[in-house]
Design a protein. Structure first.
Lengths: 114, 114
């Protein structure tokens, strides 16, 4: 059974650019959540999607957005990149909405903004 | 504000000893707590969870204790092995009006020495 797949694994972008990260959940999982991990702030919740709808959102600026497709795959987008956006972006999937039981994380996308 | 925090940022133990990792939380409304292990280059991996109606839960070599009176959570690892070396996070399931989001602590780095 394949796990949560995140692509790409590593990314280097320049300030001001925009970036799109992809997450394929475990087969059958319908909920996808995104987290940002940095040494200073730790793991912080970005948003959660279920059935193509954003159900919950963390305290991040509007430059951070996401979407979910009908096959439950999700993408997150960061526009007008800032140096502080450099982080490990983690995606987690679970079978249902509103539960962290069965949360499975991917290995993340390491974004470096220069 | 509400937060989940860890008492110690690093913990060094000898192989074979028992490890105890502590976590404090401040939201008395939290009803679900999870411990994750994160190895270098990987996403967080579920270890064990506990609901607020329980005081103790045991897994394979791991035990989680919950003290709601002082809002404290601990993870005990028996007979610690080199493969247990990782960063350990506690997380609380914090309900929001429209869904759930995990609120993570900063993490404790566990180093197992031979």
């Amino acid at each position: 059974k394949a796990g949560v797949t995140q692509t790409p694994r590593y990314l280097i972008k320049t300030r001001g650019q925009q970036v799109t990260l992809s997450c394929s959940p475990i087969s059958g999982h319908r909920s996808v959540s995104w987290y940002q991990q940095t040494p200073g702030q730790g793991l912080q919740f970005l948003f959660e999607y279920f059935s193509e709808t954003q159900r919950n959102k963390g305290n991040f600026p509007g430059r951070f957005s996401g979407r979910q497709f009908s096959n439950s795959r999700s993408e997150m987008n960061v526009s007008t990149l800032e140096l502080g956006d450099s982080a490990l972006y983690l995606c987690a999937s679970s079978w249902g909405f509103g539960t962290s039981q069965g949360y499975t994380f991917g290995s993340g996308t390491r974004l470096t903004v220069v | 504000g509400e937060s989940v925090g860890l008492h110690l940022p690093t913990l060094s133990v000898q192989e074979g000893d028992n490890s105890i990792i502590n976590c404090a939380y401040s939201n008395s409304a939290s009803d679900y707590f999870i411990w994750y292990k994160q190895e270098s280059g990987k996403g967080p991996q579920f270890i064990i969870d506990i609901r607020s109606n329980m005081d103790k839960r045991q897994g394979q070599r791991v035990t989680v204790l919950l003290n709601k009176t002082v809002k404290h959570l601990s993870l005990q690892i028996a007979a610690t092995q080199p493969g247990d070396s990782a960063v350990y996070f506690c997380a609380e399931n914090r309900d929001s009006n429209s869904g759930y989001a995990l609120n993570f602590g900063k993490g404790t780095s566990l180093l197992v020495t031979p």
